[in-house]
Unconditional design. Structure first.
Length: 58
């Protein structure tokens, strides 16, 4: 299991959320993408991110 710290930034607007992820020790965050501003879209993104990184969802 990878225990590296990751920081998630979300720029929220009325219709969308821009997501960026920074890893501990990196200088610049990486732009991940844009998701709809809806609870189910955030939930789906979180589960997908956790699955791709082999981590359990908190």
């Amino acid at each position: 299991m990878n225990n590296a710290t990751k920081y998630i930034g979300m720029d929220v607007s009325k219709e969308t959320i821009a997501v960026a992820i920074a890893e501990s020790g990196r200088e610049e965050p990486r732009f991940w993408g844009i998701i709809p501003h809806k609870p189910e879209a955030v939930r789906k993104w979180w589960h997908r991110r956790s699955y791709l990184n082999g981590q359990e969802t908190v």
